[in-house]
Design a protein around this ligand. Structure first.
Ligand code: AMP
Ligand code: MG
Length: 419
């Protein structure tokens, strides 16, 4: 780990500076393991998948009909030499002007180069001989309706790059190469705990000055969707010894530790003190809202990354999405990841402040001309978690903008993979 995050000091960082510093600190990807295909969904490839086969394996028919060897003259009647069904091969080569019936996916006999679909054919029979006549023969082109061996993926070529997160289409592709397993990065083990004397587990009786713990559950959901193993360390009071002990323990086995709450100015003592003894702390003042303050550092002898997220439930989710997510994706081998962004027309004026990136909870929709529009969910306080459940995106108002007028365009990050 470089020193840069600890040298950033008290200066207010821009969102981009903070993201760059985080990436510089990322310890690189975790070790890899070989996993069966059926369990690979959402895992990240640790090495390129090189195709051991041609896909498709054989040059084959794209239609049901006949496969023929292109004639030397303008012949429109073809003698049938046999039938080729998918799953079988026709052993004898075809001479120019000869044909076989064929079904979709069946390999073309040697010498055949063109397929004509059944709908364009008239099949005739006389005694033991069968032939077809082509309707509108002038429409037939040599080479038509043929899928060439290896046209999708040639043998030896890179089918998927290391760092690819495996979605259903990737699993289908690996299967089409005959790969029953793949080497992927192991799942990061992420320890989480909530802090605060007022924070109460759902299911317990809420004390007069209590608040139910939502952060641990939104974090658990985010981490699970991102393919992490969650180590839930529960709720800790605002007490130095307990927190220190929990951080120590977590640092022994986890790949990352995330806490929420207890990092605001005046309350930060325990984090500072605990980190002084068991790691290093870089307090970051980042020009974003919601999401200040955010603590980042390393823990234990293994110097695993530590995030002290704010306590407010919306701020937790926003900072997770913007900062924790890219670092976890780097640990998983998914480098250069960026959030998806769209541009939409603001349907109402949006308040922001110059020099700060504001993340508002928004609802985007498409109008009947295909243009995207976005509006706010309503009240935007960082404790108003219902703004996250009403939203389908975060509106991201870049630092240079002081406000967005109605009708101007604005950037949004659509909810999707994790939210
Ligand atoms: P803090 O950063 O600890 O001052 O917390 C800021 C605000 O977030 C306070 O109103 C806390 O009660 C609230 N908060 C802290 N942790 C949680 C949690 N796990 N779930 C819900 N609210 C929380
Ligand atoms: Mg607190």
């Amino acid at each position: 780990m470089t020193l840069s995050c600890f040298e950033l000091g008290e200066r207010m960082l821009s969102l981009d500076e903070a993201l760059t510093a985080l990436q510089e600190l990322a310890p690189g990807s975790l070790e890899s393991e070989v996993i069966p295909l059926s369990s690979l969904l959402n895992r990240v490839l640790a090495e390129d998948a090189i195709s051991p086969v041609n896909v498709p394996q054989n040059t084959n028919a794209a239609m049901d009909g006949i496969a023929l060897s292109w004639p030397n003259d303008t012949q429109t009647r073809f003698m049938l030499q046999g039938d080729v069904l998918a799953g079988s091969c026709f052993e004898d080569p075809l001479a120019p002007g000869q044909a076989v019936t064929i079904t979709t996916g069946a390999p073309l006999p040697q010498g055949a180069d063109t397929v004509i679909m059944s709908e364009q054919l008239l099949v005739k029979e006389e005694g033991a001989s069968r032939w077809v006549e082509i309707e509108q023969a002038d429409r037939v082109r040599q080479g038509q309706n043929v899928r060439r061996a290896g046209e999708d993926i040639p043998r030896g070529s890179m089918a998927l790059k290391a760092g690819t997160r495996l979605n259903p289409q990737h699993l289908g592709l690996l299967a089409s190469l005959g790969m029953a397993k793949a080497r992927v990065v192991r799942r990061p083990r992420v320890a989480i705990f909530s802090t605060g004397d007022e924070v109460t587990a759902p299911g317990e009786t809420l004390p007069p000055a209590g608040i139910f713990d939502s952060n641990r559950f939104s974090l658990r959901g985010l981490l699970t969707r991102l393919g992490c193993e969650v180590v839930d360390l529960g709720i800790l009071g605002d007490d130095f010894a307990g927190i220190r002990h929990a951080l120590d323990r977590a640092a022994q086995t986890a790949d990352m530790v995330i806490t929420s709450g207890g990092v605001s100015v005046g309350q930060a003592d325990w984090t500072q003190k605990a980190l002084d003894e068991t790691g290093r702390l870089g307090f970051w003042r980042i020009a974003i809202r919601p999401g200040r303050p955010l603590a980042f550092g390393t823990l234990g002898a293994r110097e695993i990354p530590f995030f002290g997220l704010p306590g407010n439930p919306v701020a937790v989710m926003v900072t997770f999405l913007q900062f924790v997510q890219p670092l976890l994706r780097t640990l998983q081998g998914e480098h250069q990841w960026q959030p998806r962004r769209l541009t939409a027309i603001a349907d109402e004026p949006l308040k922001s402040r110059e020099g700060r990136v504001d993340f508002l909870r928004g609802i985007y929709r498409c109008d009947d001309q295909g243009r995207l529009h976005v509006s706010m969910t309503g009240r935007q306080g960082s404790g108003i978690l219902s703004s996250m459940t009403a939203a389908n995106c975060l509106i991201e108002i870049e630092a240079p903008r002081a406000e967005v007028a109605q009708g101007e365009t604005v950037t949004l990050q659509p909810f999707g993979e994790l939210t």
